[in-house]
Design a protein around this ligand. Structure first.
Ligand code: SF4
Length: 217
């Protein structure tokens, strides 16, 4: 087992036991224990993810995985190839003042950033895919989605030097990616991901893994 994998397993064990935020609803949602050159960063789990026990385990995930299936990795392959993190790893609860889920507050985002930073250190990823405005805002200054989706950026901060390709949130409540310019910009963003060396690397590794499993039968 590689050192990175040993460290990510240890990291996830510690993360699963985190109780830093008193208003967050457990459990902590973690992804598969894998090493990947790509990190996908969502906002926070929804009400169903706790029961399903994995990120993007409900309706928004169905749309998200449809996007990536078109690039060559189905849901299971994606979960085994791309490290799925989030700005916050616990369910924030329902928005008391309206529809949808409560947005994590500043303190919760800072608390959970600790875990993201550990993952940057362990994985040393080459590409980050923030999904949705809150996640994108952790890496880029964003006013409108249309200003950033469909483009590739370089993040050069003290804790992270990496390429960044933002995606819109695949929520069923969002119409952004069904209408213009969102539809075209989403397509552009997916093409940028498909062309990125880190995506090609995970696809090649997946092909090798499938071939090896087939040979072993
Ligand atoms: S949201 Fe993050 S920091 Fe807060 S309790 Fe959950 S895992 Fe811990």
């Amino acid at each position: 087992m590689s050192t990175k994998l040993v460290n990510i397993k240890k990291h996830q064990k510690e993360l699963s036991a985190c109780r830093r935020c008193s208003d967050m609803i457990q459990p902590v949602i973690t992804c598969a224990e894998i090493v990947s050159p790509i990190m996908l960063v969502g906002q926070a789990p929804g009400i169903h993810e706790g029961r399903v026990g994995k990120p993007f385990g409900w309706t928004a995930g169905k749309t998200l995985f449809k996007w990536f299936s078109a690039l060559g990795l189905d849901e299971e392959e994606f979960r085994q190839s791309v490290y799925m993190a989030a700005v916050c790893r616990c369910f924030p609860g329902k928005n008391p003042k309206g529809s949808g889920d409560r947005l994590p507050n500043r303190e919760e985002i800072i608390n959970c950033k600790y875990w993201l930073e550990q993952e940057y250190k362990i994985l040393q990823p080459k590409l980050i895919i923030p999904v949705g405005k809150l996640a994108i805002a952790q890496y880029l200054s964003v006013n409108k989605l249309a200003d950033v989706v469909g483009q590739q950026f370089v993040i050069d901060s003290p804790e992270l030097q990496i390429d960044c390709i933002p995606l819109p949130h695949p929520s069923g409540l969002s119409t952004w990616f069904h209408t213009q310019p969102g539809k075209t910009l989403l397509g552009d963003a997916l093409q940028l991901i498909a062309a990125h060396p880190a995506w090609k690397e995970v696809c090649r590794s997946r092909e090798k893994y499938i071939k090896k499993s087939g040979d072993a039968r």
